[in-house]
Design a protein. Sequence first.
Length: 383
Amino acid sequence: MINLEKNERYLEMVKEINEAPAEEKSEKIIEVMHELIEANSTEIAAQYKSDYGELQANKDHAQKMGLRTLTSNEKEFYETVFPKAKQSITLTDVNIFPETTTDYVFEEIKTNHDLLRYFKSVPAGVNKYITSEYTGKAAWGELTAAIVDEISATIKGFNVDAYKLSGFMYVPVAILELGPVWVDRFVRTVLVEVLEDGIEEGAVIGTGETGPIGLVKSLSGAVDGVHPDKATVALTSFKPEEFAPKLIPLTNGGKRTLNKVLLVVNSSDRLGKVIPASTVFANGNYQSILSYIPVEIIESKHVPANKMVAFLPNSYQMGLTKVGVQYSDDFKFLDHLRTYRTVAYGNGRIVDDNMSIVFDITNLTPFVQPVTVDGIVQTQEVV
């Protein structure tokens, strides 16, 4: 993709839009979109042709280039929906990618995304997913003794294919000419870009009405399908005596071990509040004061200001039951591009409300290193 920040022509485009008369602004925006798409398409196609040539010289480079061996179903799908020849086709129904492709797409989204890699993914093709967490315990006894404690499970479920996430992608004809394996590489790359932000947004702030139930929402109390915000817990310090006790609900009454806690916050609050409140200068280095509990701080632009979400790895379950694509000649920009509409069917929710906590960090204060003067602990440095 072109680097817009460093592209001089892009800066000129922005200036042209800003300076265009009001009655011409819409037309100017469309003109700029066309040029950007064409520039992006040309660069991508050139890179793929270069890679294609390199691969012909060295077959061992396939994995490095992100190419994979397609199943017979995948090859047939790409040859049908992304034909080499520029022909007029209209797909009235959504053509569903093979499950193997959908699984690859979601795993690549997770691999490249700090937040989503801690989600538990529902396998493609599953329409109803059952969630559970065991309770109870196992007991030792004589071989002939009756079972005295039964391991039980709290069973819940959700419809994975309940909602739809859609977007557009533009496929250069030059890439179509390279064949199914190269189209697969391009499509997976674009689908990751198109889908990942929408998936993250739904997983963080989704209301559950037309998409996932977000981490900041409560599983209970929905009105007309809209789930309310979870009650927040005020947090003013990361000192162990304040922060650690507030994480107790995540232990489910002591029945759940906290091997790791994920703290999700937007980048502004991470820099302005979380880092100052969780960092100390000691032994010549800046160190985290959160060493008393295994945590990882993750940024998400979708977390509301002055909020921080603490949740457990693999407690949020997200699935894409299928990913589809449609193409129509009724919507296209340039002759050397095919315009496809991508559609992903999926859903997501946390297993249980007690697996996440939403903190109000409005009054989170910077950490002050205590010092000892004449045997007395001071809360600030003595000047």
